[in-house]
Design a binder for this molecule. Structure first.
Ligand code: SF4
Ligand code: SF4
Length: 183
């Protein structure tokens, strides 16, 4: 005869209840463990993404509105960026992000006199890119830049953002890829 058959019914019942409670608790812990490991995995995924984002250099290109309004699509700038040629060759295999492609607002329009342009400049300062590259279209045939572009890039320099000569290759830029000194 089985031992439990000798025990009163109430003792058998409480043993069953204890077993049920144990199984129930184990199932609850199991679910909790699955949830916790999902949270840990997701947090780790976010951490890796953030780390990658932080190590990625942000690049801004500043170009001439006259050129954009005539025949330029910006394709040569983006091609050089993708291929790491011209002024972008210096980054080699580094991860880069094209954070903005910005034009001036036209000849004679200074940031301080134009709300829209000032807003653009402020946004770039807020992004705080690792570098702002000046397109070849921001220079004349002699390699000089207009006062508007000089004013815009000087604001970036004042905010600790390096400004670099050029984007894609051009015979017009003799020192392509070189940092532009502060005035
Ligand atoms: S202000 Fe300078 S960069 Fe802007 S459109 Fe005129 S020449 Fe081009
Ligand atoms: S640098 Fe060249 S491709 Fe880039 S915006 Fe100026 S003209 Fe266009």
């Amino acid at each position: 005869m089985h031992e439990s058959e000798d025990l009163p019914q109430s003792v058998n019942q409480s043993a069953k209840d204890r077993n049920f409670t144990k199984r129930h608790r184990a199932a609850r812990y199991g679910k909790l463990f699955v949830c916790m490991s999902a949270v840990v995995q997701y947090s780790f995924f976010l951490y890796l993404n953030r780390k990658e984002e932080l190590s990625m250099k942000k690049i801004v290109m500043l170009t001439c509105l006259k050129s954009a309004n005539s025949c330029c699509t910006g394709a040569a700038c983006f091609q050089a960026f993708q291929d790491r040629t011209g002024a972008f060759a210096q980054y080699g295999d580094e991860e880069l992000q094209a954070a903005a492609f910005m034009h001036c607002n036209g000849c004679g329009i200074m940031p301080e006199d134009n709300e829209g342009l000032q807003e653009k400049v402020d946004r770039i300062v807020e992004i705080h890119p690792d570098a702002v590259h000046l397109g070849v279209c921001t220079t004349d045939k002699e390699g000089n830049r207009c006062p508007v572009i000089e004013k815009i890039y000087s604001v970036f320099q004042e905010n600790g953002i390096p400004v670099i000569n050029g984007t894609h290759n051009s015979a017009r830029l003799s020192d392509i890829g070189a940092p532009i000194p502060k005035k």
